[in-house]
Structure formats: structure tokens, C-alpha cells
Design a protein around this ligand. Structure first.
Ligand code: FES
Ligand code: FE2
Length: 388
């Protein structure tokens, strides 16, 4: 798992004046909405004696620890230590890590890392989504699933052009066609991920849902019309499905690793047909069926984690984009962003780690230890120095 990306911490409705605990990257966070209406994400461990902040209360702009009542504001600064009395001066070091948040696409993204704003990888852009909702002519649905697999295996599955034929009976022919063949797709290596666009059409069955099939006007197997798929950052994915030249389903997956073996996925689906809200259920039903087919195959993959090298999996042509995704991961590891999960697990019972927040670059004297990271490479460190 990697620091320094924007992760979906929850949907906008998860953030209220009732705090909730959420595990991401193997650590716990408290989510709440302060009196100003700002969505807040803080490390869940109180720096006094380890109380669980999410078991406390939201008081105006602060979260109050349930143990001795210390109050931390949305920036993580402690504002009140009750035992000091009404005139007590709260020491500056009494703070917890707080993470930048952005509300977009009906989700709240938290930047889990310490990079300053100008150096942060972006959140995946969605052209069909405006400021407050889907753009003209589009309808959107948002679904959340929490499933027992490594998010990396899921991203790899998304850019795996050969799995549809076998995993999804509604997208392929289950090996019943003698002329089935897939070669290495054309792909681009973009700044934040692999993109497979357009390329050869694929023979697919008619759409499974009757109303959608009628909307498509295609009742026989046919060729998919363009579209594409790609990874973005460590844990986002886009897939554009074009059953006909004018009928588009654009899917965006934002994944948050709960830990190294469990993942929370947000599926934002945009469609430019059957856009009446009464068709949302139909669309979400189909999405869930298909996503569950992916889950079932991914939950059985061994080992759970993507392996450290590709030497013990046998890659063929259509797997090439997956090899490229793994190269991006190596690059982010070289920048020093990869968490030393084994050490965190070994220490779990006696050390409360925190993901370093941006304020750690400016202020000294943090109570919680920063989560251990695997050493970056010399080259990456040099290029960072040169870039400055
Ligand atoms: S542990 Fe949080 S106030 Fe004491
Ligand atoms: Fe799939």
C-alpha cells in the first residue's frame, strides 16, 4: 500500500456530526463533518493515551476524545485539555495528523500522505461529470462494495482485456467460439497510468438486460464500438463501454485499500441512455452482477497480493498492460511512498502509527510515529532533488 495518493474515504453522506471509524491503508481514521460543513479526516488515535476518537463526539469544529475529553479541531490541533482548567494553555505538540479532503463525484477524497499541494498526484478526472453532478445528457449512479481482495489485483483485472470472455457470461462466450483470439492491445503510458483506447472491436453478446438491449437496438452478437480502459494512480480505474456507436457506459472505480487483503470500492457509473432516475436501479443491478463476477474470481486468486516480481506468473500478450501497471507501482515505491506493511503488522499490538500528513513537513514534534516506508531508490531521490 502506498501513501501520497487521494483515496475515497467515504461518500458525502458518511460525513456527519456523528463520527465514524474507517480503516484505510491498514490504519484507522475518524471521519466527521465539522460545524462549518467541512468533511474532516483525522488519524483516529488520540495523542494523549490512545483513545479512539471515532468513539467520541463532534463538538462544533472539534472531535472530542471519549477518554478524557481532549478536543482536536479539523486541522488536528488540540484546542482543549480539560484537566488544564479554563485558562490552561494547550501545548502545540498536542495534535493529531489531519488530511486534506476534497468532495467530488459524491465522494470525499482524503489525501493520505505528506506531499505539499503542488506535488500531489491528481484525482482521476471525469469529463462527463460537471461541478455538481453528471453533465448534460448523462445519468450517474454510485455504488460501494467492500470485498476480500488486494486492490492491485482488482485494478489489474480492470485493464485485463482477456478476462471478459470467461469471467462475464454476458460480455463473452465462455470459450465456445473457435475463432476467439486476443493479442497485445495498443496502449499508452500516461503520467499516472496505462490507457488502452479504441483498438480492435470485440465480439460481444447482446446486452443482458431487456430494456437496455432494446435501447441498444442490437439483438445479435456484435462488435463493441471503441471505448477503452485504463488505470489511474495506484487504485483508480476507468472503463468506457460502447455497446453501439452512440450508447455509452462510462465506469470509474475509486478503490481504497482497507488493508493489504481487503478493499472498499466505489463504482461511479455514467450512462448516456435510459437516463431517467427510474432506470438507476436497473443499471445498479447489472453493475452489481458483473462486479460480483469479478469479485468471485479475484477472491480466489493466489497469492492474495500481486507478487514482488512477474517471474512466477506466466505473462502472455494481453497481460502486457498489467506488467506496465506494476512498473508504475515500482516507480512510486522508488519515490519512497510504499508502506512497510510487514513491519506495521509486526508492531500492530504495541505501536500506533499514523500516515504522515502534510503538516509534518512544516511542524516538528509529532507524538505518533510516522508509518514505516520502504526505502526509496537513490535514483528517485536524486531526481526529486534535481526537480526542486
Ligand atoms: S486518550 Fe484521548 S483524551 Fe485521553
Ligand atoms: Fe470484469
Amino acid at each position: 500500500m502506498y501513501i501520497n495518493f487521494w483515496y475515497p474515504a467515504g461518500d458525502v453522506d458518511d460525513f456527519t456530526d456523528e463520527p465514524i471509524k474507517r480503516r484505510m491503508l491498514g490504519l484507522d481514521f475518524v471521519l466527521f463533518r465539522d460545524a462549518q460543513g467541512i468533511a474532516r479526516v483525522l488519524s483516529n488515535t488520540c495523542t494523549h493515551r490512545g483513545g479512539s476518537l471515532s468513539d467520541g463526539k463532534v463538538k462544533d469544529d472539534c472531535i472530542q476524545c471519549p477518554y478524557h475529553g481532549w478536543e482536536f479541531d479539523g486541522d488536528g490541533q488540540c484546542r482543549k485539555i480539560p484537566t488544564l482548567g479554563p485558562n490552561g494553555k494547550v501545548p502545540a505538540r498536542a495534535r493529531v495528523d489531519a488530511y486534506p479532503t476534497i468532495e467530488r463525484y459524491g465522494l470525499v477524497f482524503a489525501f493520505l500522505g505528506d506531499l505539499p499541494a503542488s506535488e500531489r498526484p491528481p484525482i482521476m478526472e471525469i469529463e462527463e461529470y460537471g461541478e455538481d453532478g453528471p453533465a448534460e445528457g448523462w445519468a450517474a449512479t454510485l455504488q460501494c462494495f467492500e470485498w476480500p481482495f488486494d486492490y492491485k489485483r482488482s485494478i489489474e483485472n480492470g485493464i485485463d482485456i482477456a478476462h471478459n470472455e470467461y469471467v462475464h457470461p454476458t460480455h463473452g462466450f465462455q470459450g465456445t467460439r473457435d475463432d476467439y483470439e486476443r493479442s497485445t492491445p495498443k496502449y499508452d503510458l500516461e503520467e499516472w497510468g496505462v490507457a488502452i483506447r479504441g483498438g480492435e472491436g470485440r465480439l460481444v453478446p447482446p446486452l443482458a438486460d431487456k430494456k437496455m438491449r432494446e435501447a441498444s437496438g442490437r439483438h445479435e452478437p456484435g462488435i463493441m464500438s471503441g471505448g477503452g480502459t485504463g488505470s489511474f494512480g495506484v487504485s483508480s480505474l476507468w472503463t468506457h463501454i460502447h455497446p453501439t456507436p452512440v450508447m455509452f457506459i462510462h465506469q470509474y472505480l475509486f478503490e481504497a485499500p482497507v488493508d493489504d487483503s481487503n478493499t472498499r470500492l466505489y463504482l461511479l457509473n455514467l450512462r448516456n441512455f435510459l437516463t431517467d432516475p427510474s432506470d438507476d436501479e436497473r443499471m445498479m443491478g447489472r453493475n452489481e452482477v458483473v462486479a460480483t463476477q469479478d469479485r468471485d474470481v479475484l477472491a480466489g486468486v493466489h497469492p492474495v497480493q500481486t507478487p514482488p516480481t512477474n517471474n512466477h506468473e506466466f505473462f502472455v500478450g494481453p497481460d502486457e498492460p498489467i506488467a506496465k501497471y506494476r512498473e508504475y507501482l515500482k516507480d512510486w515505491e522508488a519515490r519512497g511512498w510504499r508502506i512497510d506493511v510487514d513491519k506495521v503488522d509486526r508492531d500492530r499490538k504495541r505501536v500506533a502509527y499514523a500516515i504522515p500528513s502534510p503538516a509534518r513537513r512544516e511542524k516538528k514534534g509529532w507524538i505518533l510515529q510516522s508509518v514505516p516506508l520502504l526505502a526509496g531508490s537513490v535514483e528517485a531521490k536524486l531526481s526529486k532533488t534535481v526537480a526542486k
